[in-house]
Design a binder for this molecule. Structure first.
Ligand code: ATP
Length: 253
């Protein structure tokens, strides 16, 4: 549930690759406790938004404020420490470690590699890992090798690995790519449950899924915000239909 407090403000941000503007004077903001979904046709700048928030890509101009702090020029690890976690599309679990070992490693990553490898698990960390294991529905598989999990389970483990580091905002790029129908349904429930812990910003193409999970939807086009609002409002907007027209996603919108 949103607290009404702003958590993220992207103000007039531009990012260029050579002469191409991936973000073009973008303005975008989110409230704490919100699950926002960003949609838009291919090349609209959605992934670049996540890259620039998480410090992977530098803004050419403009400002990004998180939780009231200017993070525009911070390095990616500093941004993680400030409380922005990111789940990438590509898998990054350690396949030979167990599910719970992956979570333990992720919980300690913030404290540095040596701490991650040598520190004992404290009771608070154990409690948090158990809580996350229940949430991602992998409690009974806690001792199983992560490499042997099904695709959907690996994706949930990765979400869990971000969650144990206690972010205030989680960025998630296309969470249901390659999932079965039942995995998709479970992921929708999981993303909504994340709101008990952090705000969530998701990029997604699948409109049925967007309808199911989003509090608000932001539509990007050519590196800028075209419009935003409830799923139904955005879907009924002629400008949104126009930018999707003729694209593969338009067929599903
Ligand atoms: N590192 C890069 N170097 C050069 N061009 C890039 C780079 N990253 C992104 N771009 C370009 O910037 C534009 C916006 O890309 P971005 O990945 O943000 O779009 P998107 O909305 O996420 O698209 P998609 O839905 O296809 O993932 C694209 O035209 C892309 O080719």
């Amino acid at each position: 549930m949103s607290t009404g407090q702003s958590i993220l403000e992207v103000h007039d941000v531009s990012v260029s690759f050579d002469k191409f503007k991936a973000l073009d004077h973008l303005n975008f903001s989110m409230l704490e406790g919100e699950l926002r979904v960003v949609i838009g046709p291919n090349g609209a700048g959605k992934t670049t938004l996540l890259d620039v928030i998480s410090g992977r890509t530098r803004a050419d101009s403009g400002q990004i404020r998180f939780n009231g702090q200017d993070i525009t020029r911070m390095a990616d690890f500093q941004i993680v420490r400030r409380g922005i976690g990111r789940k990438f599309q590509a898998p990054s679990v350690f396949p030979d470690l167990s599910v719970s070992e992956n979570l333990a490693l992720a919980a300690r990553r913030k404290r540095g590699v040596l701490a991650a490898l040598f520190q004992r698990r404290d009771p608070e960390e154990t409690r948090r890992i158990n809580e996350v294991l229940e949430l991602i529905d992998l409690g009974r598989l806690r001792d199983q090798r992560a490499g042997s999990l099904a695709h959907g389970q690996k994706q949930w483990l990765e979400i869990g690995m971000v969650l144990v580091s206690r972010p205030r905002l989680m960025l998630i790029d296309e969470p249901i790519a390659g999932m079965t129908a039942s995995e998709v349904a479970r992921t929708a429930g999981l993303l909504r449950q994340l709101l008990g812990f952090c705000s969530v910003l998701v990029i997604e193409h699948d409109m049925n899924f967007v309808r199911e999970i989003a509090d608000r939807v932001s539509v990007f086009h050519q590196g800028a915000l075209l419009t935003e609002g409830s799923f139904d409002r955005v879907r009924a907007d002629d400008r949104v239909r126009a930018v999707y027209l003729g694209t593969e996603e338009g067929a599903h919108a």
